[in-house]
Design a protein around this ligand. Structure first.
Ligand SMILES: NC(=O)c1ccc[n+]([C@@H]2O[C@H](COP(=O)([O-])OP(=O)(O)OC[C@H]3O[C@@H](n4cnc5c(N)ncnc54)[C@H](OP(=O)(O)O)[C@@H]3O)[C@@H](O)[C@H]2O)c1
Length: 300
């Protein structure tokens, strides 16, 4: 199979590329950095610039599946201009891909996109699944809505669309976990706010395996890409400390302190999302790291 990936140079994309190449598939990828382009028989890069509407049309040659991961990081101060970039890096890129697929003869049958959990309502106890209609009215929730809508357009071309609403990805190579581990390592770890906020997370290996699973099984629709055992911020902080054999002695860090330093972005630390992974498990997917102690232990 030939798979075209956007955002292939990022945390999730680079692991997915490794898995697909290991399984003997051919990978095309789109990058906004010409310096990241490589040209190997089974792994070929192409330039695009969604802001300027530029895309190398050869990227689509003999492609069966598109995986859309590209998007400006949300872990950077949310100024007005940067908020616009967070949205447009996802929607303009989807539109550019859509227009290309519409214009050029091709054999694309499925589009799989990353999506977020911010769309779900805040919850400490209620578990939300993919049928949830209620949604939150926050900046990030609106990003997710616009992002999903921009990819749903592929349905009008008779192409299957699969959306993976992804929780906090656990890796030791990047993302949120190393930021949580660093203060604990230095002996300054502490839970945030009440520590009761629920964090729905997934080990990077499980997430990449899930991308492979939905491609292999030609799945469409929404799937929560979260482990079966979400944890509170307090439990997570304690698990990190236990794994690193460090003690937690500081009081919890109050929410207003983080708001002062991070602004609106502090949402990422204090929002509470308790999500179900039942739908993907019912489809036959098996998690390698369902439990937070095992996941953190594997990474650190
Ligand atoms: N990591 C998580 O915890 C998490 C959780 C939920 C959802 N997600 C979503 O999953 C996707 C992949 O996540 P990731 O952690 O792998 O992200 P990442 O490491 O930040 O990589 C994202 C990739 O997107 C491309 N990109 C960045 N800014 C762009 C822009 N302005 N326009 C077009 N492309 C741009 C870059 O590729 P080039 O430099 O090659 O162009 C980059 O390598 C993202 O959309 C993210 O929001 C991630």
């Amino acid at each position: 199979m030939k798979i075209l990936i956007t955002g292939a140079t990022g945390l999730i994309g680079s692991e997915l590329v490794n898995l697909l190449l290991e399984k003997k598939h051919t990978v095309h990828f789109l990058t906004t950095s010409k310096s990241k382009i490589v040209n190997q028989p089974n792994f070929q890069g192409f330039y695009w610039n969604p802001q300027e509407g530029k895309i190398d049309e050869r990227c689509l040659h003999e492609v069966d599946v598109i995986v859309h991961l590209a998007g400006a990081t949300i872990a950077k101060r949310w100024t007005k201009a940067y908020k616009q970039e967070i949205i447009e890096s996802r929607t303009l890129s989807s539109e550019l891909l859509f227009n290309l697929v519409k214009k050029v003869p091709n054999q694309v049958k499925q589009v799989v996109t990353a999506s977020g959990t911010a769309i779900y309502p805040e919850s400490f106890s209620k578990i939300y699944d993919e049928n949830t209609i209620d949604s939150e009215d926050s900046f990030l929730s609106n990003v997710v809505k616009k992002w999903e809508e921009s990819v749903d357009t592929f349905n009008t071309l008779g192409i299957q669309v699969c959306k993976l609403r992804t929780g906090i990805v656990f890796s030791n190579k990047g993302g949120a976990l190393p930021e949580m581990v660093a203060p604990v390592k230095l002996g300054f770890g502490a839970a945030l706010g009440s520590g009761k906020q629920v964090q729905s997370w997934i080990h990077l290996s499980d997430l990449v395996a899930m991308y492979y699973f939905v491609i292999e099984h030609k799945l469409e629709g929404i799937y929560n890409a979260v482990s079966p055992q979400p944890v509170s911020n307090k439990q997570l902080t304690q698990t990190i400390a236990k794994t690193l054999k460090k003690s937690l002695w500081l009081p919890n860090i109050p929410e207003f302190v983080m708001k002062l330093s991070l602004g609106e972005m502090s949402y990422l630390l204090f929002s509470s999302k308790k999500l179900s992974s039942k739908k993907i498990e019912d489809a036959g997917f098996q998690f390698q790291f369902p439990n937070v102690e095992v996941a953190i232990g594997n990474l650190y």
